[in-house]
Ligand binder design. Structure first.
Ligand code: NZQ
Ligand code: ZN
Length: 385
């Protein structure tokens, strides 16, 4: 078991009606607020009105229209508002894109140069505005982690920003706020959760405890995602997915593992950065193809373990079990109606060389579970067509 430091400083308020705690949570951080949200979803489902009611009597400004795969332009606009109005606390209401954009604003307010330069140069975040998050989509775990992923449409890049200062102070997680998430986003978000678990499970060394924790959360997603798609207002399904998403990607489950770079995420970020595709859909296409590409005598034992523990595969031969596990994963992807080829997303191979070179360089793919070079990534991308 590897050494680790572990601190999740986010105060999580989970369950029905927890929005009633929003005002108190915000006031603890400040009284001048920037409310950040995406398109129309929170207006349509009534959450916007509930939030506004909570903010009565407080001074607040709004940044709306944050897009999926959040763009650096929204970050810049948010920074400008914060500086001009002397904002003291950021309130993100939305999915991962809104929360990520808010994190970049929180750090960017204190950065002297341009916000994209801050991200591309991996500048250390020395100070950040406090963030309160109201999560509306079970997927990224951004509501209780230290990372953000931001796109620059001018360069086609999608890059990460990390700092312990970017953990939200408080996260309100009411599964009812996810009832209106469309089937496509429910499926993509669920696959993203599964992918976070897989990226930390396929590692050079894991622990007994971590394996059991991760496997149980994987099984939770596999069980409840189809239910949430069939019955969008099934509270238990939405609740299980929401909590699974929060704990899947903030080290809670994987402390002690020898963690390495995320392979499929490393490749996917360039795709959604360049083609504005949905993160979880890209992962659903890439993951089985990545598994088939890296399946070897070295990896078959671990893949067989996954197949038996998560999918109930009974084959005794490791290579056979590993292959059956990949097939089971593909069947699950079908049950969620997720795309299985890039062609379905309108992606052709014209930029694969460039994307692969960028992914290898920026996402440290040489330090992945199975180290990947540019040729490997191109081959995986081609298999996805
Ligand atoms: O903009 P609105 O109108 O809110 O609509 C959104 C958006 O169109 C909609 N939506 C969200 N909540 C809804 C809802 N629609 C109806 N009812 C609701 N309750 O869903 C669409 C997608 O939203 P988005 O925030 O983009 O989805 P998600 O939460 O999956 O976030 C994806 C982004 O997070 C990044 C991804 O790369 C991608 O940019 N990631 C962030 C991570 C992190 N911070 O730790 C890690 C992840 O691996 C990931 O990379
Ligand atoms: Zn992800």
């Amino acid at each position: 078991m590897e050494n680790f430091n572990f601190c999740i400083p986010t105060n999580i308020m989970f369950g029905r009606g927890q929005i009633s705690q929003l005002k108190g949570a915000v006031e603890k951080c400040g009284t001048k607020i920037l409310l950040v949200y995406g398109g129309q979803s929170i207006k349509k489902n009534g959450l916007y009105d509930q939030v506004k009611k909570q903010l009565e009597g407080l001074e607040f400004y709004e940044l709306s229209g944050v897009e999926a795969n959040p763009k650096i332009g929204s970050v810049r606009t948010g920074i400008e508002i914060c500086r001009k109005e002397g904002v003291e606390v950021l309130l993100a209401v939305g999915g991962g894109s809104v929360i990520d954009c808010t994190k970049a604003i929180a750090a960017g307010v204190y950065y002297e140069g341009d916000a994209w330069e801050m991200i591309i140069s991996h500048a250390e975040v020395k100070e950040a505005l406090p963030i309160v998050a109201v999560s509306t989509l079970a997927a990224t775990g951004s509501e209780a982690d230290a990372g953000a992923v931001i796109c620059n449409p001018e360069t086609g890049e999608k890059l990460s920003l990390f700092s312990p200062l970017l953990f939200p102070k408080c996260a309100i997680l009411d599964p009812e706020n996810t009832y209106t998430v469309p089937a496509k986003q429910t499926a993509a978000g669920s696959f993203d959760i599964l992918s976070h678990l897989m990226e930390q499970y396929f590692v050079p060394a894991s622990t007994f405890l971590s394996d059991l924790l991760v496997e149980s959360v994987m099984k939770t997603v596999i069980h409840y995602a189809p239910i949430a798609i069939r019955e969008p207002e099934n509270y238990e399904a939405r609740a299980q997915l929401m909590w699974a998403g929060t704990i899947a990607d903030n080290a809670t489950l994987c402390n002690g593992n020898q963690l390495v770079s995320f392979s499929c995420h490393g490749i996917e970020h360039d795709l959604s950065g360049s083609f504005n595709t949905t993160h979880g859909e890209g992962l659903a296409i890439l993951t089985p193809n990545w598994m088939r590409y890296v399946l070897s005598d070295q990896t078959k034992g671990r893949f067989a373990h996954f197949a038996r523990a998560v999918w109930g595969v009974e084959a005794t031969d490791d290579l056979q079990a590993a292959k059956e596990g990949i097939t089971a994963l593909e069947n699950f992807i079908h049950t969620l109606y997720l795309p299985t080829t890039f062609t379905e997303l309108g992606i052709d191979d014209s930029r694969f060389e460039e994307l692969a070179a960028h992914a290898v360089e920026k996402e440290d793919l040489e330090y992945a579970y199975v180290p990947l070079n540019k040729e490997d990534v191109v081959a995986i991308l081609k298999a996805c067509l």
